[in-house]
Design a binder for this molecule. Structure first.
Ligand SMILES: [Zn+2]
Ligand SMILES: [Zn+2]
Length: 181
């Protein structure tokens, strides 16, 4: 088989998505890989577009998380003061605030549409049982963290938003590069 782009060259690999032949130069020029296999230009472009959609959705999702968690955080502080001013003990008032923060977290998870972009490297453990255990511990940890440290979670989401914005810029560079070729 010959390269789909350079008809005079023999292919050293096939596109991991559509299966056309790729010469050495085309194989090395790939931006994305699927199962370690290089992609042709058309499929690279398709992946970049898909990633773009994923990043935009993730950004919207994170903005929603930020709004919900900020509201819950604010209401929690108001509850704290109301409970203190109405003669409740400090301990009860603080617990009331934490419960409000945790509720805010639970509500926000229903709006969490963060998706994972197609990546060349898989960060997950190959063993599904270990993945499952890690997911559960991750969820418990996040819940506890949210209940106690809502303001820190808000900062984390803010950092996340900046990260996704950077990913969108990088991905747009990839798209314009693929367009230019
Ligand atoms: Zn292809
Ligand atoms: Zn080629």
């Amino acid at each position: 088989m010959n390269c789909y782009a350079h008809e005079d060259r023999n292919s050293v690999a096939t596109c991991g998505d559509c299966g056309v032949g790729l010469c050495k130069e085309c194989e090395e020029a790939t931006i994305y890989r699927t199962d370690k296999k290089a992609l042709c230009k058309k499929c690279n472009y398709k992946y970049a577009c898909e990633n773009n959609n994923i990043y935009e959705k993730t950004l919207q999702s994170k903005k929603t998380l930020l709004i919900i968690n900020s509201i819950a955080c604010g209401i929690g502080v108001i509850i704290l003061f109301i409970l203190l001013l109405t003669g409740n003990g400090t301990f009860g008032a603080v617990i009331g605030m934490f419960i409000c923060w945790s509720l805010g977290y639970i509500v926000s998870t229903f709006f969490d549409r963060s998706l994972k972009a197609k990546k060349t490297k898989t960060m997950r453990h190959p063993n599904p049982i270990i993945n499952f255990i890690m997911d559960i511990f991750g969820a418990i940890f996040k819940f506890l963290l949210q209940g106690i440290l809502s303001p820190i979670m808000i900062i984390t989401v803010l950092i996340g938003i900046q990260k996704v914005k950077k990913q969108i810029i990088e991905n747009n560079e990839v798209l314009s590069k693929l367009n230019a070729v």
